[in-house]
Design a protein around this ligand. Structure first.
Ligand code: ADP
Ligand code: NI
Length: 213
């Protein structure tokens, strides 16, 4: 493997050790694998996609004092590893575009940015997406489902705090909307497959809930 990618892999494993919010090393691993699949299909720069995928959560504000501090950490790492300044700038702009609250929905100007953003979104879908949702929900002490709570497609911070969300509600609030936000053709195709799998899951879930299956 390319030595920069190898070094980035070790660095990220260390940085995210003990990360419990769904952004552990294996999330990064899956996003990198998806980025490779998408970059190959879409004819994008593999090195940029892989490096940005590996580093995409290192600058997250959850792990740093501020967004700026997080970005500086990544910039310093790229400089220390002698990444070509133009490539480093490209990777930084991708991470900047996807890491932050409010920035997560940003339109990515380059194909590589579109790919890494698609890869991150795909990891919230399908069988893995379902698993991550229930893990996150359990971690927050939420119910798996509560038929007495009306489905809410937008939730406020207060509602979260008051326990008015459930794992199942998160599908309506976010997961089922994601396929409309894919950037690339191949990303869209994979999102549609993962979406269909989640629809099947929900159908079976409700049938079981009412003892019909
Ligand atoms: P990102 O990887 O884009 O930063 P988030 O931090 O929003 O995504 O979420 C990480 C994982 O946790 C995702 O798989 C997501 O579905 C799940 N998750 C986020 N918010 C909730 C929630 N309110 N209820 C259940 N799962 C959630
Ligand atoms: Ni991510």
């Amino acid at each position: 493997m390319n030595t920069v990618l190898e070094a980035a892999t070790s660095y990220v494993k260390e940085e995210l050790a003990g990360e419990g919010s769904g952004h552990d090393w294996w999330h990064i691993y899956r996003v990198e694998q998806l980025a490779i699949t998408l970059a190959t299909e879409e004819g994008a720069d593999l090195f940029i996609c892989r490096l940005a995928a590996l580093l995409h959560d290192v600058a997250d504000e959850k792990l740093n004092e501020s967004e700026e501090a997080g970005m500086k950490k990544v910039a310093d790492w790229l400089a220390l590893h002698a990444v070509d300044p133009e490539q480093a700038q490209h990777v930084l702009s991708i991470i900047q575009g996807m890491s932050f609250k409010g920035g997560g929905g940003q339109i990515m100007p380059t194909l590589e940015g579109k790919i890494v953003q698609d890869a991150d979104r795909l990891d919230a879908l399908g069988a893995v997406g379902i698993a991550r949702t229930f893990q996150y929900s359990g971690n927050r002490g939420q119910l798996i489902y509560d038929p007495d709570l009306p489905v809410r497609v937008t939730m406020t911070k207060e509602e979260y705090r008051n326990g008015r969300s459930t794992a199942i509600n998160h599908f309506y609030e976010k997961l089922l909307k994601l396929k409309e936000h894919m950037n690339t053709d191949y990303g869209k195709k994979l999102a549609e497959e993962r979406h269909a799998y989640m629809e099947t899951f929900l159908k079976t879930f409700y049938a079981e809930w009412d003892g019909k299956k």
